[in-house]
Design a protein around this ligand. Structure first.
Ligand SMILES: [Zn+2]
Length: 202
């Protein structure tokens, strides 16, 4: 690359670390920002900083929140005994965008993946069990239909089955409309809606 001012190279390097951004896109973005009005760039920088300082993690469902408990968990109209278990917040966002779901969520923070040294203890599985121990609940396992997502769903199912609890727990898995190996976040809305409707007891 031609010798560029250090500030430009630094920005290009930082942008390149973002998912889906290669060196070409990073360079294009950096030069776009360079020629964009200062207010926009300042606003963008400010929102990036805010995402770290002002976004909290919901202490119930482990999604993102402005307070200690997120809006969905606080919503009285939501059925607290219907919990949809997802790997990441982005999966929850995908399901929320479909609309029509009236329960709450539980964000695991990933999936069991031995190759990347992610075990059950690294995920919010214990927290999920604590949530349902004393409540009759339907758990919808909406982990991705990847190998890791399936293994995680199976692990949770076994854990819940062995739970010595007086409460009734119904465990369902989202329908098979989702392509095998796919992440929820990339599924189109119609497929996601079908997958939720077609959930079956496991
Ligand atoms: Zn929450």
């Amino acid at each position: 690359m031609a010798k560029l001012p250090r500030a430009v190279t630094e920005l290009v390097n930082n942008l390149e670390r973002l998912p889906g951004i290669g060196p070409k896109s990073a360079t294009r973005l950096a030069f776009y920002l360079l020629t964009t009005p200062e207010e926009y760039v300042a606003g963008l920088a400010d929102s990036i900083v805010k995402i770290k300082s002002q976004v909290k993690i919901c202490q119930k469902c482990w999604s993102v929140a402005e307070d200690d408990i997120c809006e969905i968990c606080q919503d009285k109209a939501r059925d607290k005994n219907l919990i949809c278990v997802v790997e990441r917040v982005i999966d929850m966002v995908a399901l929320e965008n479909v609309g029509g779901y009236n329960g709450v969520y539980h964000v695991l923070g990933g999936a069991i993946n031995p190759l990347e040294h992610v075990g059950p203890e690294d995920l919010k599985i214990g927290e999920l069990i604590d949530r349902i121990r004393d409540e009759d609940t339907e758990i919808i396992l909406a982990t991705n239909s990847t190998m890791e997502g399936e293994a995680t769903a199976l692990y949770i199912k076994k854990k819940l089955e062995n739970l010595n609890s007086k409460s009734q727990i119904k465990i369902t898995r989202i329908g098979s409309g989702l392509p095998i190996g796919a992440d929820l976040e990339y599924a189109d809305q119609a497929t996601l809606a079908r997958a939720m409707e077609g959930r079956r007891e496991i």
